[in-house]
Design a protein around this ligand. Structure first.
Ligand SMILES: Nc1nc2c(c(=O)[nH]1)N[C@H]1C(S)=C(S)[C@@H](COP(=O)(O)O)O[C@H]1N2
Ligand SMILES: [Mo]
Length: 316
């Protein structure tokens, strides 16, 4: 079986008791039934855990119109398990990801590879507010709330947003400081990678290009890594923020301070990228020349996540 695997991790996954994610790219594998999926995964897992696997089905869901995810468990002792996620594009398997719990020794028979995202930067129409939903998306009436690591408690009197890394001016901004920088309002659509989109939602906050002007990232900066109070993280190509006129640190939604469920006191809103890049409850923005996986990127999602290019998962 020809394949490339690499080993990765993100802080939020550590919180969940996962010590690493083994991410394997798959090629030329057509799976047209659940039976074929099972057989394929059993063979695949044998290479990873080095013994006969017992595969238990967990769940599956469509991601847009093109992709789907199947989740299985490989049970271990004491109720622990290795999580297995199979990503399919149509009927083609494109990757298998294993979430390995803390303290477990797996004999990986494959070389872990450092993932090097290659991003050419096509300047396409980034307008996401047109009436027809983008490919693979459908409109819903109200946003679905995601809090994969729970809703954190926030004390706004001590909360500060830190802006750090390879910048000339590091910043620590309170909520009042953010308002003092001046806020703008945008009206936009918002697109979750699982397929739902919101139309015409308004956000008020500090435009990201204003943060860039003040912090002055150095010329070698290529990525912006964002960490949240709940341990969530994500990574965004620097150019997607520096060239965007409507990406912001949002403080209000539809004219009112963000609800705690939607990220109070501050969240990112990057309208032309899938929703997982719009981290809620943000605490640190880190400018860097080096790529590293955030929470969902460590689980196989795309380093850039452009909606117009349907960048849902990393390329195989
Ligand atoms: N801290 C944190 N930020 C997050 C998430 C999360 O689970 N935790 N989910 C992301 C995903 S997948 C989406 S689609 C949007 C959803 O935003 P909403 O919960 O305000 O609708 O938040 C993003 N930001
Ligand atoms: Mo999402």
């Amino acid at each position: 079986m020809h394949q490339t695997c690499y080993s990765t991790i993100a802080p939020g996954l550590k919180i969940k008791g996962i010590s690493r994610v083994i991410d394997c790219h798959v090629k030329d594998t057509r799976l047209s039934s659940i039976q074929e999926i099972r057989t394929f995964l059993e063979n695949h897992a044998k290479n990873i855990i080095g013994r006969e696997p017992r595969l238990e089905y967990d769940s599956s869901e469509p991601i847009g119109y093109t992709h789907s995810i199947y989740r299985f468990h490989l049970p271990l002792d004491e109720g622990r398990y290795i999580g297995v996620r199979l990503v399919l594009k149509g009927q083609d398997a494109i990757r298998v990801l294993y979430t390995v719990p803390d303290g477990l020794d797996v004999s990986i028979q494959v070389e872990p590879l450092e993932y090097q995202p290659l991003l050419v930067n096509p300047s396409l129409d980034k307008d996401s507010s047109r009436v027809e939903p983008p490919r693979g998306q459908y409109y819903v009436e109200s946003p679905i709330v995601y809090a994969i690591l729970g809703v954190p408690r926030v004390n706004v009197s001590t909360w500060m947003l830190e802006v750090k890394g390879e910048v000339e001016n590091e910043l620590a901004l309170s909520l009042a400081d953010l308002y003092e920088l001046g806020v703008d309002e945008i009206k936009t659509s918002f697109h979750c990678v699982t397929g739902w989109s919101l139309r015409e939602v308004s956000f008020t906050g500090v435009l990201f290009k204003k943060i860039i002007e003040i912090a002055r990232p150095r010329s070698n900066v290529k990525w912006v890594y964002v960490e949240s109070l709940d341990g969530y993280s994500t990574i965004i190509p620097y150019s997607e923020l520096s060239e965007s006129t409507n990406s912001m640190i949002a403080l209000e939604m539809n004219g009112r301070p963000l609800d705690i469920l939607h990220g109070y006191p501050a969240r990112l809103v990057i309208p032309h990228l899938y929703g997982w890049k719009s981290a809620k409850w943000i605490k640190q923005i880190y400018f860097t020349s080096e790529y590293r996986d955030g929470y969902w990127e460590a689980l196989g999602y795309h380093p850039r996540g452009r909606v117009d290019l349907e960048e849902r998962f990393k390329e195989s």
